[in-house]
Design a protein around this ligand. Structure first.
Ligand code: SAH
Ligand code: SF4
Length: 412
């Protein structure tokens, strides 16, 4: 389908296309996913309900969508029976289309998703002993092109809408089967102990999938506000982390308007190396970035800023680099922790991962300076789900192409 739903955002140097927030569907109905209570209320009023009814129904529908995971109006039992078909004629509660779901041998799961206008993006679920983290995408492709990142080799296709961002969380909850059930809904063989009102599997969200979230600020903010809304998914802001490559002008707004934990993709401590591997550094340098971190609203010793540092062999991994990292963190008096990420390779990548000994030595220097510096275990590498491996492109073979090749191979 052509991108007829896209409009350019005015006022940017490089306009980033974004789908219209309320995208008309072929059947004329409007998808409510990703809309605020106020937007839902306005749509109900526009469709003919009076002010009081619109407000009440919007509140009820919002609760059913985000607290219960319901997608059918017919199942919304506290809404008048005659009202339900009226809603179903005009509105839907959709989910992103799933193109492919993959399971890694380590339990990591990756979903390839598709927007209504045919663009593909990915989300990843990473369970461990104490938590389950959903890694959410904010853009199809990325505005930037960090040299070690596979997503960075894609051209930016477009920003994801709030519905497409929240839709990832909804799909994950569907797939994990953890919408709370009302007491009335227990099937006979189920016991109340299986009740999962708190959604124990999906406990954390990281905005670390495809894209630079702070270059899609409004949509990411609106989506995360819905995720945090106490009447819906009700995830605490302390369980959400947004990762940025360093879009300095948007960082203060992120703290003020979203209030989630901040992770910063630092990856290098000198201008020369950071300019090369994280090109946004040419626009917003290291000192400016660290000052924005020092000023980040809500950062404290209890809520530290995470510095992500990808370990690249002979590029950024020397003892001197580690010492400079400590010096910078101290100079700006940052409440910080450092995540050392072994580089995840992808075909044609211009770097190699540092040796395990080098990573350990680097980690010790930072740790001995009193800063926590754990080494991340790569997860989901076998399904290309690890950090920096996400990429969906036209270059990748289409499903149909793969099917044709498989059929040809089988025949010949
Ligand atoms: N665009 C945002 C968030 C997505 S990337 C950002 O850059 O922060 C999530 C993390 O994975 C970032 O720290 C990113 O630098 C890192 N990363 C990218 N490619 C990687 C790779 N090949 N190996 C390991 N980490 C990588
Ligand atoms: Fe974009 Fe982040 Fe990858 Fe850089 S590391 S290209 S900002 S997704």
């Amino acid at each position: 389908m052509a991108d007829t739903n896209l409009m350019a955002i005015p006022g940017q140097v490089d306009p980033v296309p974004v789908a219209r927030e309320i995208t008309p569907r072929a059947d004329g109905r409007i998808d409510l996913l990703g809309l605020t209570k106020k937007q839902i209320m306005d749509l109900f009023a526009g469709a003919g309900l009076d002010a009081k009814q619109s407000k009440l129904r919007a509140k009820q529908v919002f609760h059913w969508i985000y607290h219960r995971g319901e997608t059918e109006f017919e199942a919304m039992t506290d809404i008048a029976k005659t009202m339900r078909p009226w809603l179903a004629e005009r509105f839907v509660i959709a989910r992103p289309d799933v193109v492919e779901a993959q399971h890694s041998s380590d339990g990591t799961r990756k979903w390839l998703l598709k927007t209504a206008d045919g663009h593909e993006y990915e989300m990843v679920f990473i369970p461990d002993e104490t938590r389950g983290t959903l890694c959410v995408s904010s853009q199809v492709g990325c505005t930037l092109n960090c040299r070690f990142c596979h997503t960075g080799t894609m051209r930016l296709v477009r920003n994801l809408t709030p519905g497409e961002i929240v839709g990832q969380v909804m799909l994950a909850r569907d797939a994990l089967g953890e919408w709370p059930k009302g007491k009335m809904d227990f099937a006979e063989e189920e016991s109340e102990s299986e009740y999962r009102a708190d959604g124990r599997l999906l406990t954390n969200i990281v905005m670390m999938g495809m894209g630079e979230p702070l270059y899609n600020f409004d949509n990411v903010r609106d989506a995360l506000r819905i995720v945090m809304d106490g009447e819906g998914l009700a995830l605490s802001k302390r369980r959400i982390t947004l990762s940025t490559s360093g879009v300095v002008p948007a960082m203060a707004r992120c703290g003020e308007e979203i209030g989630v934990n901040l992770a910063v993709s630092l990856h290098a401590v000198t201008k020369k190396v950071r300019d090369e591997i994280v090109p946004i550094n040419r626009k917003y340098g290291i000192e400016e970035l660290l000052q924005a971190c020092a000023d980040y609203p809500g950062a404290s010793n209890a809520r530290r800023i995470t510095f992500e540092y990808v370990m690249l062999k002979d590029k950024n991994d020397s003892d001197d680099d580690a010492r400079e990292l400590v010096r910078l963190i101290n100079q700006f008096d940052l409440p910080a922790k450092v995540n050392l990420i072994p580089f995840n390779p992808w075909p044609g990548a211009p770097y190699e991962c540092s040796t395990p000994e080098r990573i350990r030595a680097f980690s010790s220097i930072v740790f001995e300076a009193g800063i926590s510096a754990p080494v991340r275990t790569p997860r989901g590498r076998d399904i290309d789900a690890a950090c920096g491996q996400l990429k969906t492109t036209a270059e990748k073979k289409s499903r149909a192409q793969r099917d044709r090749e498989a059929a040809a191979a089988a025949a010949g």
